[in-house]
Design a protein. Sequence first.
Length: 152
Amino acid sequence: FFPLPSISAIYSSAVLIIRSSLSTSHTLLIPQTSAFSFPTVSVISVAALRLAPISATGGFENPDDRSAAKAKMRLMLRAGAHEGHSKLVLGSMGCRAFRNPGKEVALCWREVLLEEEFAGSWWEALLFAVMDSRHRDGEVGNHGIFAEELEG
């Protein structure tokens, strides 16, 4: 598998959930839950850009980085469609962990979702799991940025 090409994905069809939710402190479901009773989900793993240079205006400095981010987004959507998934939970593509520009990434998602291939597409539900709903230094966090760009 490794190293993977830059624009690639790993599809895992049955990933066991072994921890509870944030509201219960992500406690282990073991030993309370039988191994045969663990919930499972399918996961599409795509690596986000890591520490891409940011321009003075807050976007990707290198246009190739922006193109790569959008290619990765398209790949996730296509993989979900190929595997027959109608409900997807998508991530913020490194906006927090890898310091990618939140506004720019949200705009990229918006642009991709409006492309003819994906507009009015096959999904029943499309959600973004984006941490950081709080404000920092008077600025809207990534959750607010994604909500602003993508709700509706």
